[in-house]
Design a binder for this molecule. Structure first.
Ligand code: UDP
Length: 239
């Protein structure tokens, strides 16, 4: 018996690091598979799912430019890293029988589809998971901003930001035993208190379009599905 989901179309944003498991770098296939299972369990509820996966497990533009690389070139390398992660997730999802499209902001037709908004919407309506790759296609942005942009374009009802902890805390909960989790927090407080949910441009874009951000733990088995069934702990960033 399948619970009625609280949202019909959502964006799931995960960092590239979420795919590397205990390794210090790259992709850990069992971890990718585990996350794919979580996505499938929500897809099984009839929820239309968009995904954006970061690239930090492979390459970050800032890291390259700190080592003397030209910033925009380094950012393009970061965007390409997100395509690799998207393909790995597509492979894992399709292994579970979930039809998936990888849609890149930078056309690479032999590898995946180019981003055409109406086409992506159609995929969602047909029940295909859409993984948006290559970020926004522009340097100086992050995949958090890409997730917010695509969530707006696809008319998602919320962004689900999967992290290592079950919400937004007043200070780092990993290093501070007395850290307190917010149930709800406003966009402005996230920005003013620098709560580190997403970067400032992503938060501002969500705020200006009134798009809620649900911060939850991706490490909690069944957590994603739980929240969509109205259970579990998380922080809702919104107005
Ligand atoms: N990137 C970019 N434009 C975008 C999205 C990403 O230039 O619209 C680059 C940027 O260099 C970034 C890298 O891709 O460092 C990987 O993305 P991100 O750091 O957001 O990944 P995450 O931290 O979520 O794993």
């Amino acid at each position: 018996d399948i619970p009625q989901p609280t949202y019909k179309r959502v964006m799931l944003k995960i960092s590239g690091e979420a795919l590397m498991g205990d390794q210090g770098f790259g992709l850990n296939p069992p971890t990718v598979e585990r996350i794919a299972q979580e996505v499938k369990s929500v897809h099984d509820m009839g929820v239309e799912i968009c995904m954006v996966i970061g690239g930090g497990n492979i390459f970050r533009g800032l890291q390259g430019s700190a080592q003397g690389m030209e910033r925009t070139t380094a950012d393009y390398m970061g965007m390409l890293a997100t395509v690799m992660n998207a393909l790995a997730m597509q492979s894992a999802l399709e292994g579970l029988g979930v039809y998936t499209r990888v849609i890149s902001a930078i056309p690479m037709d032999q590898v995946c589809e180019p981003y055409i908004r109406r086409r992506a919407v159609r995929h969602l309506e047909k029940g295909r998971v859409c993984i948006f790759a290559a970020g926004t296609g522009n340097p100086y942005f992050t995949t958090d901003t890409a997730a917010t942009l695509r969530a707006n374009e696809m008319a998602c009802e919320a962004i689900f930001k999967g992290t290592k902890v079950d919400g937004v805390y007043d200070k780092d909960p990993v290093n501070n035993a007395d850290a307190v989790r917010y149930d709800k927090v406003s966009y402005d407080d996230v920005l003013a208190k620098r709560l580190g949910v997403m970067d400032a441009s992503a938060i501002a874009l969500a705020r200006d379009n009134n798009l809620p951000i649900i911060v939850f733990s991706l490490d909690e088995p069944g957590g994603f599905r739980g929240i969509l069934s109205g259970k579990g702990t998380y922080t809702r960033v919104g107005s």
